[in-house]
Design a protein around this ligand. Sequence first.
Ligand SMILES: [Zn+2]
Ligand SMILES: [Zn+2]
Length: 697
Amino acid sequence: MADGFSLFTDRSVVAMRVNGELKDLAATLETTDVVEPVTIDSPDGLNILRHSATHVLAQAVQTVNPAARLGIGPFVTDGFYYDFDVAEPFTPEDIKSLEKAMDRIIRQGQRFVRRIVTHDEARAELAAEPYKLELIGIKGGPGEGGDHSSTVDANNSATAEEESVEVGGAELTIYDNVDPKTGETVWKDLCRGPHLPSTRMIGNGFSLTRLAAAYWRGSEKNPQLQRIYGTAWPTKDALRAYQARQEEAAKRDHRKLGAELDLFSFPEEIGSGLPVFHPKGGIIRQEMENYSRQRHTEAGYDFVYTPHITKSTLFETSGHLDWYADGMFPPMHLDEERDDSGHVTRQGVDYYLKPMNCPFHNLIFKSRGRSYRELPLRLFEFGSVYRYEKSGVVHGLTRVRGMTQDDAHIYTTREGMKEELTSTLNFVLNLLADYGLNDYYLELSTKDPKKFVGSDEAWEEATQTLSEVATASGLELVADPGGAAFYGPKISVQARDALGRTWQMSTIQLDFNLPERFELEYTANDGTRQRPVMIHRALFGSVERFFAVLTEHYAGAFPVWLSPVQVVGIPVSEQYGPFLDDIVMRLKKVGVRAEVDHSDDRMQKKIRTHTKAKVPFQLIVGEEDQANNAVSFRFRDGTQDNGVPVTEAIRRIVEAIETRAQVVTSPSTAREAADVEAAVTGAAATDAASPVTQDVL
Ligand SMILES: [Zn+2]
Ligand SMILES: [Zn+2]
């Protein structure tokens, strides 16, 4: 009988899909099978490589420490991990010796051999591995076949999907690692597979990356295991390229830049996922919000304000307590009264911190009768919401427990829906571009045929409308069939940042459900009572998350309009200080955030300081400049434009701010010039020698 080895002689083929299901090359094939090769550099191939590498890691750990007990070892995005129960946590030195031990196993060329076992056999063979026994126990009947494409990102809680890597297959299987010389099984693991044919194919493109602690099966009630993360690539070069990308991302990490540039912090005393913004971060945030307010006012939005807490009844009406309770902070039980003997004389009420603003806006809509003449009614709020994120997933400003959404709810007629969606999407894209994000694609999430409310025609029309609007935008449109929430279809804007990473930004979500639950109505022009359609839309998503994305996109070198300090005057020596004071005074009068560095530092030191702080314009003045009533611009990339008349200099600065001129840091040049320059002055010399990518809108 044929197998994958006889079918595929190309060495880069490491597994195969048989009738859609991933299998080892050693699997036997029927003549009727539809077989596709899986190469090592394909997404499936990379997952198999990484899963095989994590087996080798576990073998290495048990070679060094036979007492280590095995948790699970799945692949994750760009890598893998394995959890171990060990008496002492691993150390960075352990990592080095484990990599060496892995290297030895890889060079031995051990074969991965699949073996089907019964539950009893598995229990007997894995008697020393209590965690594996538990997994065997939870595996009920046959699991789902097919691939196990884990898209789970590296965090501290293992999910059912990750666990399914061991026991998710149709039958229980053990993978033996067989020494090719002796034919002896040197190690084995409960695993659904598939695997590379041989450890040798892992090659030298692997690395162990970090250590973490993780609770068994993600529950704090379970023992804490020690997790080792790693990454694996088909070649050493691919590994190096990955490491360079990671380094660049680490340099731009908003948590690091947030501390370096004094923008925000997460005080332990306040609690996990609850940031405070410092004055400099406050300026950026205020500018972001002010511009958003201005644009929303121009686009016909009305501003509303709502409280942070509410009685539970509101979230019962909205349904949040039914389907979102896990994401909410527990209630505060208030206003209960008791007599001296402790009997309740007045029932208390549960209050919740709000996780969403929509129900509040619905009450504003409902506060009085509404006429079709008032529609579309667009209620906007920078609404602070609180969500109970598990401590393991809280991350910088991108995943927080308290955040402010730039949230709007638009109430419109069925007939007006299309026009409103069109203008909303255009508004969103336009505004994102003003913040410097102009590389995006759209994702259209459509109806899950098994789970939806509202009429088929309304869905049809809404989906059709969203699709037309999206297509008309000329942007790439990716379908997400069945991905909509039960209450309506959604468009989301996925923005690519300067490193090519994708972030989900704005969402425009239609809702046929809440208007029903809140019994929202308006009087149509024929006098009948009609139900409005509701559109939820957030542009930043949350101000915090958007702040983080912008910080990483710009690597902290914000465009001038967002920069906390826009201009710093640097006198060549202190005698030119008063001349600069005068210029700075004039700049301040027109609203520019400017200051003069009068410190005792030498000029070169001042330039370094303000370049590091990523101030977009340094104005340097020496004898010649002062004599000519001029200044010399110095930009963040170190280029200069000398002898610019003061009036012209002020004009250029003001123009750069008013036009929200953009500068995008190209990641390839970012390593040499971590601080990239806003050469927004047009005439500024950006000669070919300077590694600058500029993109002035
Ligand atoms: Zn496995
Ligand atoms: Zn909403």
